[in-house]
Design a protein around this ligand. Structure first.
Ligand code: SF4
Length: 473
């Protein structure tokens, strides 16, 4: 097999020999100051790096150069995303699963975990609980089970989620994290109005992948790896990549993940909308110590920084798998979206959904409420954003990317972030959080460059304060 980023065959766009050659190149050049300087200079142009170039930065262990790499990641984050952090929550629909993934408690052979699938009525309760927290953006999660969770169930659930209007609440964007499926099903998801289709590769290393997924449809490496191609073919132009760090050697995953991003660019003209960086966590039936490739916090931070530099226009997500401390560290280095107040069990948000606690996928590390997370972000100078305007205005896929690459996303995102934060403060925040938020909004208004935009934003903020909630964020 030859390396071909534009091919639709997994083994050509994630070509094993090319990954190994990149790792070898990075190893040989990790002390090559001249080359590292050239790569950093190229990265400063904000057009991204190839997987090989990024691999050299990842391997670099010269302290002064690493400082430059971290500083550059922070600068790129500011240039593309400003100080906004988008908030979301996962919503687990069902933990029935026919696969045998050895790192996930939902695997078929786990007979002691409680199996649960939400009814539409339970979904309504969950959505009301999420709206009462202040969430506007969800990521739905489900195991793969053709009988319990067929595509019809997922579609009906999406419809239910969008239909719930409780007090001033509404879910404005539903991202979907379900198993690899057919072009026809992706088209159905697109028609149902989903935001991003997210599918973690888990590992790009084919041999490991097959061992880690010994049974079930997910065993098929190529079908899984080519899922984003089918999603794009089905009309979904915002796709989210990710690997589960800890399953394979992180250097391999890092290069392959960037090759996947290059493939989407080469084949469809649009890179991934987001990249997630989960690390393996403890769960029922799962001991993370049994996986030999775990990464420490320093390696994790370096990965985040190097991804930020390599694909500056791609959002990066860190979940509540990570502690407050770790999240705080990587927010500076490139993370643009985080979850808050998350429950990883089926039915975990509403008070009265039975058996919810025993159905969790993994242990949450950051257990703070959304209000705590929002206040914490603001105390660090970030603007928590609940905005979904791009999606609602059809700025997805290449339309979003071209705005983002031109550095223009910020111009509309900054005022929108302030206005959605205002909605949150008015409707859901505790008095302490509201006070901090109001002061932040005033300070941030001063940063709006255009007088006209500042005035319009001010006017809309006043309307929101007076109870208007019909903006299309
Ligand atoms: S990772 Fe997904 S497919 Fe695998 S067992 Fe867990 S829920 Fe099922």
């Amino acid at each position: 097999m030859l390396y071909n980023p534009a091919s639709h065959k997994a083994e050509e766009f994630i070509n094993h020999e090319e990954v190994l050659a990149s790792l070898d190149y990075a190893e040989k050049n990790k002390h090559n100051v001249e080359l590292i300087d050239q790569i950093i200079a190229k990265a400063k142009l904000l057009k991204g790096l190839s997987h090989r170039e990024a691999a050299v930065l990842l391997d670099c262990d010269i302290p002064e150069k690493n400082q430059e790499i971290f500083a550059l990641a922070e600068q790129i984050k500011k240039d593309f995303y400003g100080n906004r952090i988008v908030l979301f929550a996962p919503l687990y629909l069902s933990n029935y699963c026919v696969n045998g993934c050895v790192y996930c408690p939902y695997h078929l052979k786990n007979k002691h975990i409680v199996r649960k699938k939400l009814t539409q009525d339970e979904i309504r309760k969950e959505v009301i609980a999420l709206q009462d927290m202040g969430h506007k953006r969800l990521a739905i999660e489900s195991g793969e089970h053709p009988v319990e969770n067929p595509i019809e169930y997922i579609l009906e659930s999406i419809k239910t989620i969008y239909s719930v209007k409780h007090k001033n609440g509404s879910i404005r964007r539903v991202n979907v994290n379900i198993a690899a499926t057919t072009v026809e099903n992706y088209r159905k998801l697109k028609d149902a109005g989903i935001g991003t289709y997210i599918l973690f590769q888990e590992t790009y290393h084919k041999e490991s992948y097959e061992q880690l997924h010994p049974t079930g449809p997910k065993h098929d490496y190529c079908y899984h790896t080519e899922a984003m191609d089918r999603a794009m073919e089905g009309g979904i132009d915002d796709v989210g990549l990710g690997v589960l760090f800890g399953l394979e050697r992180y250097r391999y995953e890092f290069s392959a993940l960037l090759m996947h991003a290059e493939h989407l660019e080469a084949a469809f003209g649009v890179g991934p909308h987001t990249i997630s960086v989960p690390r393996i966590r403890a769960a029922d039936d799962i001991d993370p110590a049994s996986f030999k490739n775990g990464i420490d916090d320093d390696q994790f931070a370096k990965i985040v920084a190097c991804i930020r530099i390599a694909v500056p226009y791609t959002g990066m997500i860190v979940s509540t798998r990570e502690s407050q401390k770790t999240r705080e560290r990587v927010l500076h280095l490139g993370i643009s979206q985080i979850s808050g107040g998350s429950k990883t069990s089926v039915g975990g948000y509403a008070d009265d959904v039975p058996d919810a606690e025993e159905s969790a996928q993994f242990d949450v590390n950051d257990r703070r409420t959304l209000d705590d997370v929002t206040r914490w972000l603001m105390q660090m100078g970030y603007i928590p954003s609940f905005c979904t305007a791009c999606y609602r205005a059809g700025r997805t896929g290449d339309r979003f990317m071209s705005l983002c690459k031109a550095g223009k996303i910020q111009d509309c995102c900054h005022p929108n972030a302030l206005m959605t934060l205002k909605e949150y403060l008015m409707d859901y925040a505790t008095p302490e959080t509201r006070a901090i938020g109001e002061a932040l909004i005033e300070k941030e208004l001063a940063n709006v460059k255009s007088d006209k935009v500042r005035e319009i934003t001010r006017q809309h903020l006043a309307e929101i304060a007076n109870g208007q909630r019909d903006f299309r964020f």
